[in-house]
Design a protein around this ligand. Structure first.
Ligand code: UDP
Length: 475
């Protein structure tokens, strides 16, 4: 009998491409034939994986596609400003036709396609191929966002600052209206929100959902998602732990680092265990120069050693004016600023790192959990305000910096004292030690989940078996 063949189609954004590649590696190591549909901006990491022994196939997909109105040079969502997003959404729709041609030609046995391709369920159905959805987030946020969508509790409060409880969930989770995406609270309808509606609709018709998480991290929500929201779901993560690659695998994830990895490690290795806080807000969130300035001041007040990753701003003013005068000189022995892309996983797993200030993107959150780190949560947009609640209130391994405003770009408003206080709470004292100890427990559980007979290992075995049975019936 021929080998089971799975197609993976990631969204062009680092937070989606990195775990999709990990997923393809994992399936390959379990004897499945895998192919990634790659756009030009994402070929390099796949080639690296192939060079380190993973037999993953690649099909190149032209992006931007013919007839797209995307400006030249935009190859991923990370690069897209607010005005470009509608064009990006349109460009994703235009991929359906060339993608169907690939399905017709290669007839894989299963398609794992990113949530941003809602049309993929129908495309796959044309060729009797089961489609699995990959959201790239926690089951916790899949449940909470679905409850926000169904119950709309933000409609029942009289002010932006009044808290409401998200109903009918395993925990009493409180939010404010400003933490809800603007397009939901203002009932805006545009191409993007129409696409999100299609995502929900296609999810219920798809074969199921793959979750980059593990059962023991969010058991109540894994059960809720399956039993109450009635989705077929397989927890197969943490994907970042599944593939035991070398240091290169950890450092060259997605993009080339803006710092020499050896220099960075040398710096970390000269520091005491748990003495450095790592600050990074992922690949998409942007802050104003004023907010970056406050972060610098907050770091100074906190008195902690730090590695701070700052994405290059989109304009000159942001690039130049955010650091307080003399900051780099003053902190040269205790701090490292990385301007651009950092080798995040390599840094987080170094024993000198004692805490993580994160925007709560799911990959970063999971990387923090797998490194056993207490976190300062600073959500910005997307589903980050949900992940924050998981970290601070359910797992109790972090404290919130107090971010209250869901906003895609140019965030500001958090003051230096709040930043310093939150960092101290995770780095010092009894409270910090307790959070660290709980985080270390989850780190252990994460490793156990992916070992043979662990929960994620078993979930993947069950899925592969099920797909193989489907494959036997149809071939
Ligand atoms: N990342 C990295 N270096 C950076 C910034 C981000 O390696 O300087 C990685 C990070 O480790 C994570 C991913 O990029 O795997 C970001 O995904 P996440 O879901 O945390 O946030 P997003 O970028 O999607 O907002």
């Amino acid at each position: 009998m021929s080998q089971l063949h799975v197609f993976f189609f990631p969204l062009m954004a680092h937070g989606h491409m990195i775990p999709t590649l990990e997923m393809a590696k994992l399936f390959t190591s379990r004897g499945v034939q895998t192919t990634i549909i790659a756009t030009p901006g994402f070929v390099k990491p796949i080639e690296n994986a192939r060079n380190s022994g993973f037999n993953i196939g690649i099909h190149l997909m032209k992006f931007p596609p013919e007839k797209s109105e995307l400006p030249d040079g935009i190859t991923s969502l990370d690069q897209s400003s607010d005005d470009v997003i509608p064009k990006f959404t349109k460009a994703l729709e235009l991929l359906q036709e060339p993608f169907e041609k690939l399905l017709e030609e290669f007839r894989p046995d299963c398609l794992v396609a990113d949530m941003f391709f809602p049309w993929a369920t129908d495309a796959a159905a044309k060729f009797d191929i089961p489609r699995l959805v990959f959201h790239g987030t926690s089951c916790f946020s899949l449940c909470t966002s679905e409850h926000m969508r169904i119950y709309k509790p933000y409609k029942n409060v009289s002010s932006d600052s009044e808290e409401f409880i998200l109903p009918n969930l395993p925990h009493q989770l409180k939010f404010t209206r400003t933490q809800v995406p603007d397009f939901d609270r203002e009932e805006i309808e545009n191409d993007f929100t129409k696409m999100l509606t299609k995502v929900k609709e296609s999810e219920t018709r798809s074969y199921g959902v793959l979750v980059n998480s593990f059962y023991e991290l969010e058991p109540d929500y894994a059960d809720h998602y399956r039993k109450v929201l009635r989705r077929n779901a397989w927890h197969i993560g943490p994907l970042l732990l599944s593939n035991k690659g070398g240091e290169d695998d950890k450092s060259q994830r997605g993009k080339e680092s803006a710092i020499d990895e050896h220099e960075c490690l040398e710096w970390l290795n000269s520091k005491e265990p748990n003495s450095v806080v790592y600050i990074c807000f992922g690949s998409m969130a942007t802050f104003t120069a004023k907010q970056l300035h406050e972060i610098a001041k907050g770091l100074e007040i906190s008195g902690q050693k730090f590695i701070w990753v700052v994405r290059e701003g989109k304009n000159q003013e942001e690039n130049e004016n955010w650091l307080p005068e003399g900051f780099e000189e003053k902190t040269k022995d205790i701090g490292l600023i990385i301007k651009g892309w950092a080798p995040q996983l390599l840094i987080l797993q170094n024993k000198a790192i004692g805490g993580f200030v994160t925007h709560c993107g799911w990959n970063s959150t999971l990387e923090g959990v797998c490194s056993g780190l207490p976190m300062v949560t600073w959500p910005v947009f997307a589903e980050q305000f949900f992940n924050e609640k998981l970290v601070t209130e359910v797992l109790r391994i972090g404290v919130s910096v107090g971010s209250k405003q869901w906003k895609r770009i140019a965030n500001e408003g958090i003051e230096r004292e709040a930043i310093a206080m939150a960092i101290r709470r995770i780095m010092e004292g009894e409270e910090g030690a307790e959070m660290r100890s709980r985080a270390q427990e989850y780190k252990k559980k994460a490793r156990m989940a992916i070992e043979e007979s662990g929960s994620s290992y078993n979930d993947l075995s069950a899925l592969v078996e099920e797909l193989s049975a489907y494959h036997r019936v149809t071939t």
